[in-house]
Design a protein around this ligand. Sequence first.
Ligand code: ADP
Length: 477
Amino acid sequence: MSKLQVLAVASEFYPLVKTGGLADVAGALPGALTEEDVTVTTLLPGYPAVLAGLQGAEAVLERPDLFGGPARLVAGRSEGARILAIEAPHLFGRDGNPYVDGRGVDWPDNAQRFAALARVGADLARGLIPGWRPDVVHGHDWQAGLVPAYLRFTEGPAAPFVMTIHNLAFGGRFSSDILPSLGLPWGAYSLDGVEYYGAIGFLKAGVRLADRITTVSPTYAREICTPEGGFGMDGLLRARGADLSGILNGIDTTVWNPGKDAALPQTFTRKTLDDRAANKAALCARFGLKPDALLFGVVSRLTTQKGLDLLPASLPTLRRLGAAIVILGAGQPELEQAIQLAAQPGEMGLFLGYDEHLAHLIYGGADALLIPSRFEPCGLTQLCAMRYGCLPVVTRVGGLADTVIDANEAALAAEVATGFQMPVADTASLDLVLERVAAVWEDQDAWTRMQRNAMKAEVGWARSAARYAALFRELAA
Ligand code: ADP
């Protein structure tokens, strides 16, 4: 098999820049695809953190004007992965979160910033770099959605485009007035182009114009074709059903490895599970919690998508069960406040913010991880949790349904359970599932068996990388 060249277009890439699971996926997939004889080069906005993190950086092209200022395309590496970064200080020279300013408000020129990313992606698809044209372009989320729009409304041979939806809730919607500033003709503003309910939809354009569409779990691929899960795009997605598939995300099992994790006070494996107790002790000590109680963890954006607005109402249940909880997250201010106010001393540890190190300690120390999402395209935290013997407690939606085996009677008897599912995200279901968790916790042998099953579960990229590779090869042919 010859090596296939794929250009990935993404707005995040672990370890250079991360706000969520998109970064993990964009960062891990290139390494996994190497095993499939696919070489991935990732095009990223040249945020300061990206440019600072590149090894062997070298300018390959200059552009006197990219959406209002000069730009350079810089090639380099991040831990072996090939990166092309768009150095354009007027668009990307801002520290911190890639999408919002220090007050959490969207940058006013986000449409132009990510149109610029897509524009360069489209130009690369046409062979912008002399002597190199990718076989396939793979765009992640709305930030890459305009790639096929630029290809559609310009001339010449180009690589096929795959649009991957990581979360349909973020559609990249902007007022139609800005169309000329994106360098697209008014002809692009149509049902078959970028028009989306009287506005411009970046992700809509990607979904409409891509050669293939993937999303990050089989169940989510079905859910987005329904009015409840479709964010107004379910009709279009149903119409494109033949080109839509769900490929589960994995996690990078070298980054997420409890046997070698430097962030843990005590590493452990399935065979040395008893050692895990030292991590729980450290976690409890840090937050002043009783070390012997059933300990839940949360590592999440604090948003209604993630169902964490349900938490305050279920704290009395946790209290009655004698359990404690450690929460790491940041998000909607009203939700942060509600959680803060609901806790009584000694039952909750709360860290509002983003902390990679603490995330590892929670996976490696808490007994169970709470993920009561209303919808979840794939979810990565349940995979991290399983790998670290922390049992996920999830809603039966999206990728959570596809990756967690519920501890029902049959699964417990067959010793295959890896976590707990609740049917819907509401208070009654959450209270009920918390009680089910506590009941299994009473039987420590059953709990340990579940931990071992969870740690054994296939959460890496191998299978899904093979599916992406097959899709890319089919398109390239
Ligand atoms: P999302 O919808 O936010 O992308 P995922 O479950 O797909 O959710 O991915 C979340 C990723 O971000 C995981 O790697 C998780 O460990 C990490 N994460 C989420 N919140 C935090 C936080 N507050 N601090 C550190 N890591 C976090």
